[in-house]
Ligand binder design. Structure first.
Ligand code: DGT
Ligand code: MG
Ligand code: MG
Ligand code: MG
Ligand code: MG
Length: 263
């Protein structure tokens, strides 16, 4: 293919490879969702419709990018982990980041009406994204533990805060003041003694966030469904993108799913 005299401009494009043999973690976050959630009257502190829509958009990313082994979401954010050996898009930074953010955003808008029937989108939502490379299994686990600990801290605070405002009839300033400097035990106690709320009975979706994995498909009798032979005659066990609301800080989660960090 003979180039035109203009084709030299191509040489200004620089390669942007992500380091080999490192875990790629990509986190997206809603742009100005403080305003977006007000404008679309999200329930406080958690709107299940909004969280389920986030889960669906993240699942669509995982269906598209099969080298993602784990995703974790809370509030207006989602983190995706690619397997260490991935060669998706030749590990080109901008290509991976923009494709995932775009797929997520498009899926969020595409599925809006299903989760918010009768609520019109007032303007197009958007998401930012970043990629961080992590060199070891330990830091990857600590990354996801960091996000889930954040979910817990924020949700406990928000649950207590909105109980004070909605049921305690305090102003938001009074509620902030009441919670200033309190620890977890004190917030638990406040919820229980003043509002009869046992924090542990708040749904796991709110307390733990959303954990998306690929679970093996099992037959009705519980045996693994041995799928068709794939390329090269190797048996492939079919998997299904599955949303959980479970603890991922403890060893158990990772012990049960060695494939997340293996390759
Ligand atoms: P950013 O990310 O710098 O563009 O700014 P924001 O406003 O998106 O801030 P961020 O991401 O730190 O916080 C997320 C906001 O989204 C926070 O104000 C609460 C809101 N939000 C997320 N999920 C829910 C929900 O389920 N219900 C309500 N009421 N608000 C939510
Ligand atoms: Mg932010
Ligand atoms: Mg945000
Ligand atoms: Mg956020
Ligand atoms: Mg093209």
């Amino acid at each position: 293919m003979a180039g035109s005299k203009f084709a030299y401009v191509r040489n200004f494009e620089l390669p942007d490879p992500l380091l080999q043999e490192t875990y790629i973690v990509l986190r997206i976050d809603g742009h100005s969702f403080h305003r977006f959630s007000e404008d679309h009257e999200f329930a406080k502190p958690n709107d299940v419709r909004a969280l389920q829509l986030m889960d669906e958009a993240a699942s669509s990313v995982m269906e598209t990018f099969t080298d993602i082994t784990l995703a974790f979401g809370e509030s207006d954010e989602f983190s995706f982990l690619f397997k260490r050996s991935t060669s998706v898009y030749n590990r080109r930074h901008a290509k991976i980041l923009t494709s995932v953010v775009s797929q997520f955003t498009a899926s969020y808008v595409f599925n809006w009406a299903k989760h918010f029937p009768g609520v019109n989108l007032k303007y197009p939502p958007s998401f930012d994204g970043r990629i961080v490379l992590y060199p070891t299994e330990k830091v990857v686990r600590d990354y996801f533990s960091w996000r889930q600990a954040d979910t817990h801290i924020n949700n406990l605070y928000n649950t207590a805060f909105w109980a004070l405002v909605q049921e305690g009839k305090q102003t938001t300033a009074q509620a902030h003041e009441a919670l200033r400097g309190t620890n977890s035990a004190q917030k638990n106690q406040l919820l229980f003694e003043r509002f009869g709320v046992n924090y542990n009975s708040v749904p796991e979706r709110m307390r733990k966030g959303s954990v998306i994995v690929r679970e093996e498909v099992v037959n009705e009798d519980g045996s693994p469904d041995v799928g068709n032979k794939g390329k090269g005659g190797k048996k492939r066990v079919p998997t299904r993108v599955t949303v959980l609301h479970c603890d991922l800080i403890r060893d158990e989660f990772w012990r049960e799913r060695p494939y997340i960090l293996l390759e």
